[in-house]
Design a protein around this ligand. Structure first.
Ligand SMILES: [Fe+2]
Length: 201
């Protein structure tokens, strides 16, 4: 049977985010962890009532259902990681412009304050999970999710995320999650991707 889900190509070379995120980390994170979620999903979905549905449809259909946790966790982690790689770019960071810049100023007072609060959300997510900038209604805000949870099952549109599972940073930063989060925010965030996500609304 054909495998319905594929590991999307990285949007840059595996060396492109160094030294903030090393090629070794990407080798494990993308090449092993992300790939494993795709492989698991390809084992779990064929032959079930979810066959033929999109990744997003599977995530929404299985969210909050304990008997579907295996499918949900792997589907959401495939989605989360593809989104995360696109939230980063070489020579990223800097400042948003236009509508997104206005919404960040309205919600956080300043870009500097947003950066501090985003890093703090990444630091204070207890255990494995994700820190997100999301759009909800007319505003933007920060949320944290545990494990594989995604904001869009709760009506929040993801704009940016930072993966705070240990596999995202341990080879490069060991236990220093705050250093990883601050380096990502300062040097890798892809504000063009965030603005495009906002514009989709
Ligand atoms: Fe991850």
């Amino acid at each position: 049977m054909a495998e319905p889900f594929a590991l999307p190509p990285l949007p840059y070379a595996d060396t492109a985010l160094a030294p903030v995120i090393s090629a070794q980390t990407i080798g494990f994170h993308y090449g092993k962890h992300h790939k494993a979620y795709v492989d698991n999903l390809n084992k779990l979905v064929p032959g079930t009532d979810l066959e033929g549905r999109t990744l997003e449809e599977i995530i929404v259909a299985t969210a909050g259902k304990p008997d579907k946790a295996g499918v949900f966790n792997n589907a959401a982690q495939v989605w989360n990681h593809t989104f995360y790689w696109n939230c980063l770019k070489p020579n990223g960071g800097g400042a948003p412009t236009g509508e997104l810049a206005r919404k960040i100023d309205a919600a956080f007072g300043s870009l500097d304050n947003f950066r501090k609060e985003f890093a703090n959300a990444a630091l204070t997510q207890f255990g494995s999970g994700w820190a997100w900038l999301v759009a909800e209604g007319d505003a933007v805000k920060l949320v944290k999710t545990g494990n594989a949870e995604v904001p869009f099952t709760k009506g929040q549109r993801p704009l940016l995320t930072i993966d705070v599972w240990e596999h995202a940073y341990y080879l490069d930063y060991q236990n220093r999650r705050a250093d990883y989060a601050n380096a990502v925010i300062d040097k890798l965030l892809n504000w063009d991707f965030a603005a495009a996500n906002l514009a989709k609304g």
